[in-house]
Design a protein around this ligand. Structure first.
Ligand SMILES: C[S@@+](CC[C@H](N)C(=O)[O-])C[C@H]1O[C@@H](n2cnc3c(N)ncnc32)[C@H](O)[C@@H]1O
Length: 256
């Protein structure tokens, strides 16, 4: 069984689309500021693209999606196929583990912009051992060095006091520069941010750490997005673009 995808995920996503509307808009706004100049997209953890913006996908001439889930490709085509046919975008859906040999996957798509689409924060469900999961997340981020890449992923998730449907759009600070951890204190910036955002998110009790603390280097401009996953459970997503060393990633000035 796939702990982060499959039929239950698709059913949940389809049912909760109205509740996810604002989160999808926030993601679309972040996507719109992806680095320019790329005609190809490598989309990892694409699933059916329930939270993906078809209009953004249309800017590419070739899209390769990767997901473990056998339903992902057909449902991705169902959700975005018409828009991609209209823009003349070629869509290739691969059912594969993109991380078992990420180096090869990256070499197969040397010019593509890489997007990890809500997958890094799920690795802790695929590797129940916390140290193993953290190591896997760090390995993915390290292998992407030298590429233009972005990721939107869970930082924390947990129960909320007020039903999400009873709240207006959950406002989070749009972006913050990733702070530098004090030496020997991995995760310190995230914990400080959680102290700040926990109230906005209406967090109730302990939240799950998705082990993505160190994905973005200090100094990266990170978008913070609330995702009401269900009426009583909310995720805190983080999203950022990363450029190869020596090149400039989209910054606060270039974003809304
Ligand atoms: C939360 S879902 C992604 C949601 C998706 N981006 C959307 O908008 O609908 C996480 C997805 O990551 C996929 N996944 C997890 N590990 C993977 C791996 N090693 N390679 C490819 N896909 C993976 C799961 O199968 C699942 O479909």
């Amino acid at each position: 069984m796939n702990p982060s995808g499959g039929i239950l995920w698709h059913w949940h996503a389809w049912r909760h689309r109205p509740l996810w509307k604002h989160s999808c808009e926030d993601i679309a706004q972040w996507l719109a500021h992806a680095p320019s100049g790329h005609h190809e997209l490598l989309l990892i953890g694409a699933s059916a693209g329930w939270m993906m913006d078809s209009a953004w996908l249309q800017r590419f001439t070739l899209i390769d999606t990767y997901d473990l889930d056998r339903l992902a490709g057909p449902l991705f085509r169902r959700n975005h196929g018409a828009a991609l046919r209209a823009s003349g975008t070629v869509l290739r859906c691969h059912r594969a583990d993109a991380f078992s040999d990420l180096g090869s996957v990256l070499r197969e798509h040397p010019k593509a912009l890489v997007l990890l689409d809500n997958v890094l924060g799920q690795l802790r469900f695929h590797y129940p051992d916390v140290d193993e999961a953290s190591h896997r997340v760090a390995t993915v981020a390290r292998k992407l060095q030298g590429r233009h890449w972005g990721s939107v992923h869970d930082a924390y998730s947990g129960p909320v006091r007020t039903p999400c449907s009873a709240r207006p759009r959950i406002a989070m600070a749009r972006q913050q520069k990733q702070a530098r951890a004090q030496s020997g204190q991995s995760g310190a910036p995230q914990r400080a941010a959680f102290a700040k955002f926990g109230g906005q998110l209406d967090a109730d009790g302990a939240w799950l750490d998705h082990l993505t603390d160190d994905v973005f280097a200090p100094g990266t401009w990170v978008h913070h997005i609330a995702w009401p996953y269900s009426d009583d459970y909310c995720h805190w997503l983080q999203a950022a673009w990363v450029a190869p060393a020596g090149q400039i990633a989209p910054s606060k000035e270039s974003m809304p």
